[in-house]
Design a protein around this ligand. Structure first.
Ligand code: NOJ
Length: 765
């Protein structure tokens, strides 16, 4: 295109953009001028659908219906029951100015078709795959009334004790940023216009929820501004730049101010610095929780939250219950309320709800678009790329005609395959590991099965984990009896099956309620009863493939030493068992790589590859030495580092090459490396680029990911992989919080993971 053509196209786009904006502005101005102050405050109120767990019915006694008729609700969340949502939308249209409700839901990794949990999806390092998986979730949810999803969760997590590490993209801010964009595009599309298959994304939890002290959920955050800007904020920023329409404030505090009333986070950074122009909703009851944080009563915290930039209150009734009083007392202004209300109305306008409040309520779409074979097939494809092979002494891939003993409490547990936050899944219809293996082998009668063990020796603990959630919502729920068969008998049965087999597939790890919200663990080792099973299996002398189900890194020192292979399959969703069998039997070559470091001992946490050096650094793998930064009882290195994952083939890396050894601060340089597939199977390799700023005015991490490529390399083939580095990748926030690229030498490293890199030096002038 010539320069003149480009300018003309830009002018047209600008005019179209301005035209659209002014139409929306006119519409919203007009509506705001007609609304009462009570109605405006009502728009700032979000409730969960009554009967979150029980059956939903629209009745005049229902609290939400009463509030809606009184103009006190702006949105509802927590259900995709199309009939219910249609009825309730009709009531919204009959009330006050007939403003349609926005309908939210926790669509976290798929909707009815369940995709692998987000942490699993991140290990694919495949952004197209994540975007397409997310598009399927958007398509399914939007067919069922949902126009707003509480996803993506982009919180960086360095501490595997935190149960919600399962919901995010791992420990790295660069990779996290790429993942955040893929989700936003997946949900909202890339055009900026919401079709009836696009839903509004809600980026969460803003901000720093994953930095909770000691990995304990909801806990205080204790990082300074420079560290959060360099180490944690990039994914939130990337999502804003990709056009995310809403954010959810987090439960934690930052700098002594709860995030839900933190104007530095919401106003200075998100809106002013990154240009976000959507609305911010609190997390559930987060406004009310500011009282417990010790800030003030509900009126005080509600007023402060609104003034700091919060627009919508989820489930606290703080805004709806106190803002009018605060207005009368001069604690908030009409402009504060108008500003928040405008943002909610704009989101509804952009979604097209004023044109057609039933745009997303088209029941005829459900059968054709939800939980279809096509969607399930795609879920299987995604799951094939989300399994990290942690160890393999050659026992994998398995032969389809082998005698296989499939044992362990997670072998035949269909619902565990869905993982945390899969409330819309079809219970019992996900493919278990046992089922997947039986479907894949030559003769299913060669496959034997035993449950093999309890989860924990402590029955109360096991009961609390398995039924804690349901008992929270339904205190009278009759919990089924646990531990009815003695552990010793279960192990004996598994051992007998193992002895009669050629190979054992031991399916162990975490059930979904062991991770996710409110499920922090102080001990992240294999549950004790499962470990007893593994030890008994080991004593048979049979080769053991451990298939790990988990939502977080675990400490696996014993397992690493004693299992013949470890395949980490997280929770892979609707087609888990099939996808796992695809990898176990070698129909698919595993290619996933970790996005979180796996510690050797829980005492190493928080553990992350992009840490700083100390003044007394200690080499990662060397034993204890007095007066250096290390432990007496364990090496500093993780058991499995960030970026690590094996394949059935092997890759050999050449030395990295630079197109020039020096770079001007406004220039660029190419980094290339030859990667050879030296094995006998075609494979995919995730080639990773890291940098290290050797001397800077502030201390810098020992390594920082700044690029990656996932490439197909055929057996025997060599591919040259090329990256471009500019000042952007070499910059950081200095101690005055300026984004700077400082001249000097940088180590440029390329490798298959964060540990095994080869370096070359680049000088920036
Ligand atoms: C609390 C969780 O922290 C958040 O992730 C979720 O979206 C809301 N509840 C709504 O269910």
């Amino acid at each position: 295109m010539t320069k003149r053509l480009i300018l003309a196209a830009a002018a047209i786009l600008l005019l179209v953009g301005c035209g659209q904006k002014s139409e929306m502005d006119k519409f919203v101005d007009n509506l705001l001028s007609e609304m009462t102050i009570e109605e405006k405050i009502g728009q700032l109120n979000l409730h969960s659908a009554s009967g979150f767990i029980s059956a939903l019915r629209v009745t005049e006694e229902d609290e939400n219906v009463k509030m809606l008729r009184a103009g006190q609700l702006g949105g509802l969340y927590g259900t995709s029951n199309v009939e219910y949502l249609t009825e309730i939308q009709k009531i919204a249209l009959e009330s006050g100015h007939g403003i349609p409700l926005i309908f939210g839901l926790d669509v976290i990794h798929g909707h009815e078709t369940v995709m692998p949990i987000p942490l699993a999806m991140s290990t694919s390092w495949n952004m197209d795959l994540i975007e397409n998986a997310t598009r399927i979730a958007a398509k399914e949810a939007s067919a069922m009334g949902v126009n707003w999803v509480f996803s993506p969760m982009v919180d960086i997590a360095r501490d595997a004790r935190w149960g919600r590490i399962a919901e995010g993209g791992g420990e790295d801010p660069y990779l996290g940023g790429e993942i955040a964009k893929a989700y936003v595009y997946g949900y909202q599309g890339r055009t900026g216009i919401f079709s009836d298959h696009d839903v509004l994304a809600c980026v969460k939890h803003y901000a720093l929820y994953g930095a909770a002290e000691a990995g304990r959920d909801y806990n205080t955050v204790n990082y300074g501004r420079q560290e959060i800007l360099n180490g944690f904020m990039n994914p939130y920023k990337a999502a804003a730049k990709a056009g995310a329409g809403s954010y959810m404030s987090s439960f934690n505090e930052f700098e002594g101010i709860p995030a839900t009333m933190n104007s530095y986070l919401m106003d200075d950074l998100l809106r002013k610095s990154w240009g976000f122009d959507g609305f911010i909703v609190s997390d559930a009851t987060a406004v009310m929780e500011e009282v417990a944080h010790g800030i003030g009563d509900l009126q005080e915290v509600s007023a402060r939250s609104l003034k700091a930039g919060l627009d919508m209150d989820m489930n606290s009734d703080g805004f709806v219950g106190t803002l009018k009083k605060s207005l009368d007392e001069g604690k908030v202004s009409k402009a504060d309320i108008d500003r928040a209300c405008r943002r909610i109305l704009e989101a509804k306008y952009k979604l097209g709800l004023f044109d057609d409040p039933f745009k997303y309520l088209k029941p005829e779409r459900v059968a054709a678009e939800v939980f279809t074979k096509e969607n399930r097939d795609f879920s299987r494809k995604v799951a094939q790329e989300c399994q990290v092979l942690l160890k393999n002494d050659g026992v994998l891939p398995l032969k389809k005609n082998a005698r296989i003993a499939v044992v362990g409490p997670l072998a035949d547990d269909s619902s565990a395959m869905n993982g945390t936050w899969s409330m819309s899944s079809h219970a019992g219809e996900s493919i278990s590991i046992l089922q997947g293996i039986k479907d894949a082998v030559t003769n299913p009668s060669n496959v034997s099965y035993a449950e093999g063990s309890w989860l924990f020796r402590d029955k109360d603990l096991e009961e609390n984990i398995k039924y804690g959630m349901i008992k929270y919502f339904m205190p009278n729920y009759a919990v089924p009896a646990l531990h009815t068969v003695p552990q010793e008998r279960m192990i004996a049965e598994a051992v007998a099956k193992a002895r009669a087999a050629d190979v054992v597939v031991a399916c162990v790890g975490e059930v979904p309620n062991m991770n996710g919200e409110g499920s922090s663990r102080a001990d992240i080792s294999m549950p004790d009863a499962e470990l007893e099973l593994l030890k008994a299996l080991k004593a048979t002398g049979k080769p053991i493939v451990m298939v790990l189900t988990t939502g977080r890194p675990l400490t696996l020192l014993w397992e690493d030493e004693n299992m013949n292979a470890i395949l980490n399959t997280w929770s892979e969703g609707s087609e888990a068992g099939h996808a796992i069998a695809d990898v176990l039997f070698g129909d698919v070559n595993p290619s996933a790589k970790l996005t979180t470091s796996f510690p050797r001992m829980v005492g190493q946490l928080p553990l992350y590859y992009n840490h700083k050096n100390t003044g007394r650094p200690h080499p990662d793998y060397e034993p204890y030495r007095k007066f250096t930064s290390c432990y007496i009882d364990v090496v500093n290195a993780p058991l499995y580092p960030f970026g690590y994952g094996l394949s059935y083939t092997t890759f050999e890396y050449g030395e990295p090459r630079l197109s020039a050894n020096e770079m001007a601060a406004d220039g660029s340089v190419k980094v290339s490396v030859d990667v050879k597939n030296t094995g006998s199977m075609d494979g995919k390799e995730i080639v990773q680029l890291y940098i290290h700023d050797i001397y800077a005015t502030s201390t810098r991490p020992v390594k920082e990911l700044k690029g990656f490529q996932k490439v197909d390399i055929k057996a025997g083939e060599t591919k040259t992989v090329e990256f471009t580095l500019t000042a952007e990748e070499l910059s950081y926030y200095d101690h005055e919080l300026n984004w700077v690229c400082e001249p000097g030498d940088f180590e440029i490293m390329v490798g298959p993971n964060s540990r095994d890199t080869k370096a070359v030096v680049l000088t920036v002038n």
